[in-house]
Every structure is written in C-alpha cells, then in structure tokens.
Design a binder for this molecule. Structure first.
Ligand code: CP
Length: 320
C-alpha cells in the first residue's frame, strides 16, 4: 500500500472520524479549501486532476442519497479512481466478517475508504484493520462529520462568519449524528448552539458540551440566527418517542406561521432527507429563508476539500 497520506496529509489527523476535539485550524482549512473547489463546480468542465492515481472505496452499509452521491461526485471531480461497495450485494451476506471484508478490499491497493455504517464507532473500528485513510460518512447515532462541515460552510457562506453565530438545532437530537457533529464543530468555531425539541429527545449530558437547551420552539426561534431542522428518525426509534406526528408538528415543526412571529429573518437548514409536513413544512423548505439545496451543493465542495487534504492531492496546477 502506498499510504499516501503519511507524507502528504495536510491536516493534523490521518482520518476524519468525528469532530470531537477536531482542531479549529483544520476546520478552517477545510472550509477555505472547499470555497476554492466550489469554483470548479461552476466551470463547463467540472474536473481537476488533484487526486489522479488515488483510489477510493465507498463502503455503504446503510442507505444514503446525498452523502453517497456527493462523495462519488467529489471523487470524480478530483479525478480519483472510485469503487462502490454495497453491503446488500456483498459476501457479507455469505457470512464474511467486517474485518475480512475490509482487509480484502484494502489488499487491492486502495488509498482511502469512505464508510457509512449503522453502528456507532464503526469508522473508528475500521482503522484497527486497515492503513488507508478512513472518512466517516455517518456511523449510527454517533457522528456525521462531513455533514457538519458542509453545514458550517453553508452558514459561513450566508453570514460571512461562524464566531458568535447563534444556531438552533431542532428536533430529534437523541438519534442524530448530525446534531452531535454540529455541536462539536460549531462550538469549536466559536458559534453558540441551542438544542430544542421534546425533552425525551434531548439527552441531558449534552449540556456539558456548552450548549443551551430549550423545550419551546418560539424561544429557540427568538434566539437563533439560523435553525438546523432535524428529521424525526422513525427507523431509529425502537418505539415511538413522539406522541403523534400531528402533535410533533404542532409543537416543534417549522412552519411559516411560527417563523412569521419573529421579526428577523431566520435562515432555515435541513440535512435531509426531509419529512415535509412533519419537522418542516413544504413552503418553508422551498422558501427564500431556506438554504437546504445550497447545503447539498456545498456538500460536494466540502467533500472535495476533505478528500484533497486527507489524500495528499495536487492543486489545479498539478502541484502538491
Ligand atoms: N444528510 C444525509 O446524510 O443524507 P443521506 O442519508 O441521504 O446521505
């Protein structure tokens, strides 16, 4: 294995597993570099040779639309060689272990793995078996670092800063890897974070991370510059933790009526996939206050930046 990143990784950590204690300097480098790559996406030929000769495997053990396509596009835009693995059509179905699967794939001379897995800590676990760069594309209810980075880039793009920004994260915090990565990333970058939702969906220990908590949506909207609306993750709830979808929408759903009670314009974000008419109404998601599709575009630019910086890429002039 070439282990490219040992010499060329431009960030402190070899892998991107989560944003807990991730250096602010490196988050800034990733976001700054993402802005550069975003210009590539506006060109008629949306491709640079930055990761020519680098081989990346996308290991997806769980469904994904945005993250999977976004990583694949980012890899193609950077001229990397990419291979997609789908657990449902692999030899895992014949009983092969996670470790054997990972080691067999790595022995084919790859440089990096992007992995989504339903088990918290799975990306970290993978680093015990392989030498390639590992990027966590979401591990169960634990972390989703690249989502938080694209969210921060989108906030930075909208407001011109992260420091001092007031971001309310609303909804099912308990089951949300997006929430945890955003809390780590935003607080590291000097933003203020408020969590809002039903009390049974906000773990009390999160207060120790320096965030505010409110159980009243109007209080959160009154405070916030931006609101990041989370999906009600019915597939992760063993039993229903909200009394009914109608009551949830009534109490916490982001509707134009609730937004109109506040004089300032609040920026509305959602990581997707959305439950329209549950945590967010369709007219809000499609309205001027929402930057949801900007987040998706910034996802490609952010992932280009992350891959470039972790895999020792060349710039658009072919220089390392
Ligand atoms: N935001 C996000 O992770 O979406 P997908 O599950 O579609 O990748």
């Amino acid at each position: 294995m070439r282990n490219l990143n040992k010499k060329l990784n431009m960030l402190k950590n070899k892998h991107l597993l989560g944003l807990k204690e991730y250096p602010a300097k490196d988050l800034k480098t990733i976001i700054d570099t993402a802005y550069n790559f975003k210009t590539v996406l506006d060109r008629p030929i949306k491709k640079v040779p930055s990761l020519q000769g680098v081989t990346i495997v996308n290991l997806f053990f769980e469904n994904s639309t945005r993250t999977k396509i976004s990583f694949e596009l980012a890899q193609k835009r950077l001229s990397a060689d990419t291979v997609n693995f789908s657990a449902s059509s692999s030899s895992l179905k014949k009983g092969e272990s996670f470790k054997d699967t990972a080691q067999n794939i790595e022995s084919m001379k790859i440089d990096a793995v992007v992995m989504r897995h339903p088990t918290p800590g799975a990306a970290n676990h993978l680093t015990n078996f392989i030498d390639s760069v590992v990027i966590n594309a979401g591990d169960g209810t634990h972390e989703h670092p690249t989502q938080a980075i694209l969210d921060m880039m989108s906030l930075h793009e909208k407001f011109g800063k992260l420091k001092g920004l007031k971001v309310a994260i609303v909804g099912d915090i308990l089951h949300s890897r997006v929430a945890l990565s955003n809390i780590y990333g935003l607080t590291t970058m000097g933003a203020e974070v408020m969590l809002c939702g039903p009390s049974n969906l906000i773990p009390v220990h999160l207060k120790e991370l320096g965030v505010k908590v409110s159980y009243k949506i109007n209080e959160a909207l009154d405070w916030a510059d931006a609101v990041n609306v989370l999906r009600i993750q019915r597939e992760r709830m063993g039993k229903s933790l909200v009394p009914s979808i109608r009551e949830y929408r009534e109490m916490f759903g982001i509707t134009s009526k609730k937004l109109s009670l506040h004089k300032k314009e609040i920026v509305v974000m959602h990581p997707g996939p959305m439950n329209r008419g549950v945590e967010i109404d369709g007219d809000v998601a499609d309205g001027d206050q929402a930057i949801i599709l900007d987040q998706v575009l910034n996802g490609v630019a952010s992932r280009m930046s992350i891959l470039f910086l972790l895999c020792g890429g060349k710039n658009s002039d072919g220089e390392r």
